[in-house]
Ligand binder design. Structure first.
Ligand SMILES: *[C@@H]1O[C@H](CO)[C@@H](O)[C@H](O)[C@H]1NC(C)=O
Ligand SMILES: *[C@@H]1O[C@H](CO)[C@@H](O)[C@H](O)[C@H]1NC(C)=O
Ligand SMILES: *[C@@H]1O[C@H](CO)[C@@H](O)[C@H](O)[C@H]1NC(C)=O
Ligand SMILES: *[C@@H]1O[C@H](CO)[C@@H](O)[C@H](O)[C@H]1NC(C)=O
Ligand SMILES: *[C@@H]1O[C@H](CO)[C@@H](O)[C@H](O)[C@H]1NC(C)=O
Ligand SMILES: *[C@@H]1O[C@H](CO)[C@@H](O)[C@H](O)[C@H]1NC(C)=O
Length: 437
């Protein structure tokens, strides 16, 4: 039906795959990239809880190679993962649509609110064996191509009430190895969503050797977002491409530092997919802090770098934002303040074509290679990603020989403005022009 399906054979004959994963099923099955990058990944997460707004029909399937349904959450019972809250009834249709379009259908297990019981589910040899069965049965039941492990985070606390053990990362690897020994597991496409530094080992520091994981996972997706937000000391980029050029106090990590950290630890660059956000974080910044003053004390309408913000006045984000309330751990939390890319358009920060709206201030930070917008009336500043920053990220994917990109989340984009930009820069076909072959 598309470039994807009919070129599979030709692409597989080219046979380019830098890292061979024994037992992995993806050797010939992924495609969609142009030129020599025959098995590059153009992926996103599809969130079941937004399916009434971003339907399966809204997905630009022909622009993706992999789509990951979110989330199956871990439960206290090692024999079960749960799709509660993620539109369980939609998953079969999701898988069917993906596969019909030549897109690999994965389910992500865990997530920020769904990782409470990962540690105990892999916490003993018996539990690992049981969890392998849980995962393979689940994959078989839904006819999945693969599983994405989004454990946030092994060996270090995430949301605040996860079970946690110093042995988490060791147990996680043992579990994945056992999964690869399984007749079903050996044919699954296995990925992991990771933080910007390698998993924490028993001593609480990042592993210096992740090569064992590289042998059992097809790829990792580095979640290079939420690097700055309401928890930061100053406004900063959600998804910095680079930060070595930022003041030391504002170097919170970046795609550049993350890829360096993971590759030094033994994850081949071709098994790294860059996680990219289709949303930004908002901050309340007083007008007197928002602008950069020159030597004459004039602001010239230029937004300041790393201005202070007022946590107590956290703005609400768009219609998909989590409002203030009680989280799954029972803790009171403020509004998330997230704006999806479409939400920035709805909210009047951007025009429908993604350019900055009249009367809104815009700054493209050359260090992080990400944009900021500011509405002087509402005193809301948003650090986000646009077509320009996605092009920079796509270029980085290409020049760093990464496997591709994965966007959180598919439904955050508007008219594929972000998706088209990163695809083009990363070297994917921009038009599905093979239709008439
Ligand atoms: C991949 O394709 C090649 C050539 O068509 C074939 O020989 C090989 O068996 C395929 N491998 C898998 C895992 O399907
Ligand atoms: C989802 O809802 C928002 C807000 O109503 C809207 O702007 C956006 O276009 C919707 N998405 C789709 C895919 O319809
Ligand atoms: C999303 O899909 C629905 C039908 O499922 C359609 O009515 C709506 O217009 C689509 N939204 C966009 C933004 O394409
Ligand atoms: C094994 O799983 C059970 C629940 O299914 C849990 O109660 C137990 O604590 C787990 N064992 C370890 C060592 O984590
Ligand atoms: C990151 O910044 C450093 C210097 O600050 C520079 O040498 C390097 O090329 C930059 N990398 C990218 C991908 O922008
Ligand atoms: C984007 O939309 C704005 C507002 O409609 C318009 O002024 C501008 O020319 C458009 N830019 C491009 C590149 O199409």
């Amino acid at each position: 039906m598309s470039l994807l399906s009919y070129t599979l054979l030709a692409l597989s004959l080219a046979g380019a795959r830098a890292a061979t994963v024994s037992g992995s099923a993806d050797v010939n099955a992924t495609a969609g990239a142009s030129g020599s990058s025959v098995d590059m990944v153009s992926a996103a997460w599809y969130t079941g809880w937004h399916s009434d707004n971003f339907t399966l029909a809204n997905v630009s399937w022909d622009k993706y190679t992999h789509m990951t349904y979110s989330f199956a959450i871990t439960t206290p019972d090692v024999k079960q993962v749960s799709l509660d809250g993620s539109d369980p009834d939609l998953l079969p249709q999701f898988v069917e649509q993906a596969q019909k379009n030549g897109v690999k259908a994965l389910v992500s297990v865990g997530g920020w609110t769904g990782s409470l019981y990962y540690s105990s589910n892999v916490g003993s040899a018996d539990n690992r064996t049981a969890f392998v069965k849980t995962i393979t049965d689940f994959a078989t039941q839904y006819k999945l191509d693969g599983i994405d492990f989004d454990w946030e985070y092994p060996g270090t606390q995430g949301i605040g009430c996860n079970a946690i053990s110093p042995d988490d990362t060791t147990n996680f690897l043992s579990f994945l190895q056992e999964l690869r020994q399984d007749p079903v597991g050996k044919n699954l496409f296995l990925t992991a969503a990771t933080s910007i530094t390698p998993w924490k080992g028993p001593d609480g520091t990042s592993l210096s050797d992740v090569s064992g994981f590289a042998k059992v996972l097809d790829y990792i997706a580095i979640m290079n977002y939420d690097i700055n937000g309401a928890w930061s000391t100053a406004v900063g980029a959600n998804a910095p491409l680079n930060d070595t050029c930022a003041p030391a106090a504002n170097q919170a990590g970046s795609a550049v530092s993350a890829v360096a950290a993971w590759t030094v630890a033994g994850m081949p660059s071709h098994q790294i997919v860059l996680g990219v956000p289709s949303y930004g974080h908002s901050f309340h910044v007083d007008v007197e802090d928002a602008f950069h003053c020159d030597d004459n004390g004039d602001d010239n309408g230029v937004l300041a770098s790393f201005p202070p913000f007022d946590k107590a006045q956290q703005p609400s984000g768009d219609a998909w934002d989590d409002g203030a309330g009680t989280d799954i751990c029972g803790n009171q939390v403020a509004a998330g303040g997230n704006f999806d890319f479409w939400g920035l358009i709805d909210g009047g920060f951007l025009n429908a074509n993604g350019t900055v709206a009249d009367g809104v201030f815009y700054r493209y930070d050359e260090c992080s290679q990400t944009p900021y917008v500011y509405n002087e009336d509402s005193q809301v500043m948003v650090a986000f990603d646009d077509a320009t920053s996605f092009a920079a990220k796509g270029d980085f994917v290409k020049t760093s020989n990464l496997r591709g990109f994965a966007m959180w989340e598919a439904g955050g984009d508007s008219n594929d403005i972000l998706l088209d930009s990163i695809r083009q820069a990363a070297g994917f076909e921009t038009e599905d022009d093979g239709e008439d072959c």
